[in-house]
Design a protein around this ligand. Structure first.
Ligand code: FES
Length: 72
């Protein structure tokens, strides 16, 4: 899903930035340029960033799941 139309930033772009260590909305703006033009996407971008920071990166739980799957 495109979050920032002006800068063509998707929710995945924001999630990847968060998982690379982007720790604040200001960092996100510096890294991706999100919400630096019209600003209409700021609330949505903040929400996507907060959600990404509150859960592990995709695939991070895969190794933890492997033993359980091996026993199944
Ligand atoms: S939609 Fe993101 S700055 Fe305009």
């Amino acid at each position: 899903m495109i979050v920032c139309v002006c800068r063509r930033v998707s929710d995945r772009d924001i999630q990847h930035a968060a998982h690379r260590g982007c720790g604040s909305f200001e960092d996100l703006q510096m890294e991706l340029g999100v919400a630096t033009c019209c600003g209409r996407c700021a609330d949505c971008a903040r929400s996507v960033l907060l959600a990404a920071q509150s859960r592990p990166a995709q695939g991070a739980g895969a190794s933890a799941m492997a033993p359980a799957l091996a026993l199944a």
